[in-house]
Design a protein around this ligand. Structure first.
Ligand code: B1M
Length: 186
């Protein structure tokens, strides 16, 4: 990673072609039974370590914050690599980020909003089954809070689903999430 950066390769190319592409090989192998959970976990840990290396090279964030984002993976879902990438990109773009982690219940998202008073809440889901937890979280936040925007993302989520559940926006990837967060703050 560091060598790639020092040899002049753009950091976005390192992340996209070095890390994300590698992870794209894992999915089908996992689905076909060629790889098992411990091996996938090892890949996930490798990805996490790689992200930590490139983090300092992502565009340095402005000291003044563009806004505050509370982000987490919804209830029942333990996938956090993509959500952490989004958090990292938001942070390096100048947002203040409170990363709640994974398996966050709708009630815990609500508690975090009350405690942190963010401008935006970001919800991530990687399983088709946990998309319903995303729906429940959006419904609860819309019912109990005001002035907080909700953005959603994750592999099974799309724009139509985001609109259907009442979210304020959907982003397909980390760069899109930064763009969307800036739009939501405008
Ligand atoms: Co899981 N898993 N997994 N897994 N896993 C998937 C998602 C799956 C597609 C694999 C497959 O079968 N082909 C499949 C889901 C099928 C479905 O629902 N349709 C699956 C399954 C079935 C499961 C288990 C049920 C397996 C089992 O136990 N039998 C289980 C569920 C556990 C649970 O969550 N309760 C499980 C477990 C795991 C591990 C723990 C082993 C591990 C996760 C480790 C970790 O995250 N710490 C794991 C992994 C690594 C994967 C794959 C291989 C990779 C996911 C990933 O990190 N991608 C995945 C297959 C795949 O996606 N290729 C798979 C890289 C990451 C950069 O991309 O997360 O999509 P992604 O994030 C992107 C965008 O989606 C977007 O931006 C990110 C950056 O570009 N984005 C947002 C994400 N969140 C966003 C939020 C936003 C905006 C954009 O705004 C807030």
């Amino acid at each position: 990673m560091r060598e790639a950066y020092e040899s002049g390769i753009d950091v976005s190319v390192i992340v996209q072609d070095g890390l994300i592409e590698a992870m794209n090989i894992i999915g089908p192998k996992m689905a076909s039974g060629e790889m098992f959970v411990p091996e996938v976990l090892l890949s996930a840990e490798t990805m996490r370590a790689g992200l930590e290396v490139v983090k300092p090279y992502l565009s340095a964030g402005d000291v003044s914050t563009l806004g505050k984002v509370v982000i987490g993976t919804v209830e029942g879902d333990l996938h956090d690599i993509g959500k952490n990438m989004v958090a990292m990109m938001l942070e390096s773009s100048g947002f203040e980020v409170v990363n709640l982690g994974t398996d966050i219940t709708p009630e815990d998202f609500l508690k975090a909003v009350e405690e942190n008073k963010p401008d935006i809440v970001g919800l991530s889901a990687l399983l088709t089954t946990t998309m319903q937890a995303m729906r429940k979280t959006v419904t609860l936040l819309k019912e109990k809070t005001s002035n907080v925007k909700i953005m959603v993302g994750g592999a099974p989520v799309n724009d139509a689903f985001a609109r259907e559940i009442g979210a304020d926006g959907y982003a397909p990837d980390a760069a899109g999430a930064v763009q969307l967060a800036k739009q939501l703050m405008a």
